[in-house]
Design a protein around this ligand. Structure first.
Ligand SMILES: [Zn+2]
Length: 401
């Protein structure tokens, strides 16, 4: 028999799981929520009432047609309720946006990195823009999450390989962000994590990874390649937060030099500069990398032999890397982000073929490979990071208990 939540403490314990179900769209109605939580209708009513009072959700007062013909109240996140700051630092700049629950990202503001971008200066610049956006918005801000292009070692939250930012290995990015927030007098809980990990989480909750049990996410923004694995809704972090460094897989022992000191890592064999190099084009520092790689892909589509050969070369390297990861992890879905999604779009048959041909499992059953669905997966993931304390204990965070 299903046990039901009856005591006040157990009701409070159900608030987080209930909010998570509404946040991810898994419980669009109160009857769906009742079923998913395994509680009585009365308890579900009390839970949604509490979340509504905290201004986290809205409960449609007039029941609409629900499952099995019984009308049910529609549930949605409260667009006028609390927000968080989502921020992302990448090799060429940083981005800040406010974000509501339900994966609702506000208009992102993209800014260049400060001159001499030390970790301290970058954190201060991120927090200054966050403070500006918070001050300009009437909604209550309850946290700040930051995505960074480096593995972040736990529990100290240190950047261990910010190769493309030139930050010293061991930089305590979590502490620096907390300091910057304290200096600005914002009084917000903050957290920082690897950008690919956060993007994977966002795609699992709101994008192309929804419903996958073992989601493998691989992406390349401007330089290098990041990966992450979401198992049953949780990030697989490894013992110290450093798992899934797929960028350092060797896919060509005699390949291009990698900033990590090795040769032929996926990082330098399948990222945007790798495509330009394979096509014999010199990167123009005054133009965006996206624009330059898009030109190669357009030329390949138009029949340019050198561009086509470059595309095939990079796709084969990527396929080899993905196949190696599949053999170890046996995922049920692979989501490719940013530049890698463009490669998949340009080679929709060749890439899955290479993966299937090179992977042990691929030959007996193909793993779906799909492009990321969110516009800004990393930024959306930074919002998820900032929401984590609220999703764990909504009452505790919002009432200050
Ligand atoms: Zn490497």
């Amino acid at each position: 028999m299903q046990r039901t939540h009856t005591s006040p403490d157990r009701g409070r314990a159900a608030l987080g799981p209930a909010l998570s179900l509404i946040h991810t769209g898994a419980a669009p109605t109160r009857s769906a929520l009742t079923g998913a939580l395994g509680v009585t209708r009365a308890t579900a009513g009390a839970i949604t009432g509490e979340l509504e009072a905290l201004r986290l959700i809205t409960v449609d007062a007039r029941p609409a047609g629900g499952t099995r013909g019984r009308p049910s109240h529609r549930l949605a996140v409260d667009a006028s309720g609390p927000v968080v700051v989502a921020a992302q630092v990448h090799a060429d700049g940083f981005t800040v946006a406010l974000a509501g629950l339900g994966g609702l990202l506000g208009e992102p503001v993209d800014l260049p990195l400060p001159a001499d971008p030390t970790p301290e200066r970058v954190m201060r610049a991120v927090v200054a823009e966050a403070a500006r956006q918070i001050a300009a918005d009437p909604r209550r801000c309850v946290g700040l999450g930051l995505a960074v292009p480096t593995p972040v070692a736990l529990p100290e939250r240190t950047a261990v390989a910010a190769m493309y930012l030139d930050w010293p290995s061991g930089t305590r990015v979590g502490d620096l962000l907390e300091q910057a927030v304290a200096e600005a007098g914002l009084g917000l809980p903050v957290d920082v994590a690897n950008d690919a990990n956060l993007a994977a989480l966002a795609e699992h909750r709101h994008g192309a990874g929804r419903g996958a049990r073992h989601l493998l996410y691989i992406a390349s923004g401007h330089r290098g390649i990041g990966g992450a694995l979401v198992v049953d809704g949780r990030l697989h972090t490894g013992s110290a937060g450093l798992a899934l460094e797929v960028g350092q897989l060797t896919v060509d022992p005699n390949g291009r030099r990698c900033p990590c000191g090795n040769r032929g890592c996926l990082d330098v064999e399948a990222d945007p500069p790798a495509l330009l190099a394979a096509a014999g084009r010199t990167p123009d520092p005054d133009r965006s990398m996206d624009e330059q790689t898009a030109e190669v892909l357009a030329d390949a589509a138009a029949g340019d032999a050198a561009a086509r050969a470059a595309l095939d070369h990079v796709v084969d390297r990527l396929g080899l890397g993905i196949a190696g990861v599949i053999n170890i992890l046996n995922p049920d879905r692979i989501v490719l982000g940013t530049f890698l999604a463009a490669l998949l779009d340009a080679a929709p048959e060749r890439l899955p073929d290479v993966v299937a041909d090179r992977s042990h499992w691929g030959r007996c059953g193909r793993v779906p490979i799909v492009p990321a669905a969110l516009d800004r997966s990393e930024l959306a993931g930074a919002a998820e990071l900032a929401w984590a304390p609220v999703l764990a204990d909504p009452l505790g965070v919002l009432s200050g208990d």
